[in-house]
Write a protein that binds this ligand. Structure first.
Ligand SMILES: [Zn+2]
Length: 277
């Protein structure tokens, strides 16, 4: 593990070069980032991690000597350069499909140049082209500027906490008081949450496409919804009812569940507490 605040050189496959990264990347975070589907989803809910959001909003900057950095424009010259590179790769991919470089080359090229999650199992030449064009553009753009590491979320002020690789904006304990409370509230139930995720995958195995990121989001969202209702229906709903002014619909909105689920949970209050099984 690198000491906090220590800069290290890491290879960025997108840019094809070493970049300095100040990071505490623990084993846990590294393990998460290597999971093709889970890397971009919050540990405690179905939303994107702050990091995934920030990566999507990556911008390129130029820093002329000591002046302040400014955003680097995407020029026609960069586009032409990127297009040339993409065309060459697509041509090679077509030849690879014809078996020119051996049986494993198409797969190797997809693994090297594309995002398998985004490809969603479509390894056609068209899909390859689409992904490679996008990547080549980013790489060419970066060559004409300095890529700043993903240090801030869009719209976040200077000095704000670094985008979390584990949690979404609503669950990052360093983001705000509200997010810290949500984190503390849901962290305790993380084992049950993961159990629910497993359970839903098993139950719906026939209907879910394991290679589709949307299926992963759907399962996590559903597990989160079930957890909110199951996790302490009496106390949670009692608390909200005690505030007096809240309708069932408002409670439902607060808990992120349906009104029917709240109504069912209120009915269950008289019965024995439910456990997740
Ligand atoms: Zn979250």
């Amino acid at each position: 593990m690198t000491k906090p605040g220590t800069a290290r050189r890491v290879f960025d496959p997108l840019l094809n070069e070493l970049v300095a990264e100040r990071d505490t990347s623990s084993e846990r975070i590294r393990a998460k980032l290597t999971d093709a589907y889970d890397w971009c989803l919050c540990e405690l809910c179905w939303r994107s991690t702050e990091y995934a959001t920030a990566v999507g909003a990556r911008k390129f900057f130029k820093r002329p000597r000591r002046e302040n950095a400014h955003a680097a424009p995407l020029t026609d010259a960069i586009r032409v350069e990127a297009q040339k590179e993409a065309d060459a790769l697509v041509a090679r991919y077509e030849r690879a499909w014809k078996g020119e470089f051996g049986p494993y080359e198409p797969g190797r090229m997809v693994a090297t140049y594309c995002d398998i999650v985004e490809m969603r199992g479509d390894c056609s030449v068209e899909a390859f082209r689409e992904h490679v064009e996008q990547r080549a553009l980013i790489a060419a753009w970066a060559r004409h500027s300095n890529l700043l590491a993903v240090t801030r979320l869009p719209g976040q002020p200077k000095g704000a906490a670094k985008p979390s690789k584990l949690y979404c904006e609503a669950h990052n304990p360093r983001r705000s008081d509200e997010a810290r409370r949500a984190y503390q509230r849901d962290k305790r139930f993380a084992p049950q949450y993961n159990e629910l995720i497993e359970k839903i995958w098993t139950e719906q195995a026939g209907n879910l496409l394991a290679w589709d990121i949307e299926a992963h989001v759907h399962v996590k969202r559903e597990a989160y919804r079930q957890l909110q209702v199951h996790k302490s229906p009496t106390r949670l709903i009692d608390d909200l009812l005690a505030q007096g002014t809240m309708s069932q619909a408002e409670i439902a909105r607060q808990l992120g569940v349906s009104r029917q689920a709240v109504s069912a949970a209120i009915k269950r209050r008289s019965q024995k507490p439910m456990a997740i099984d």
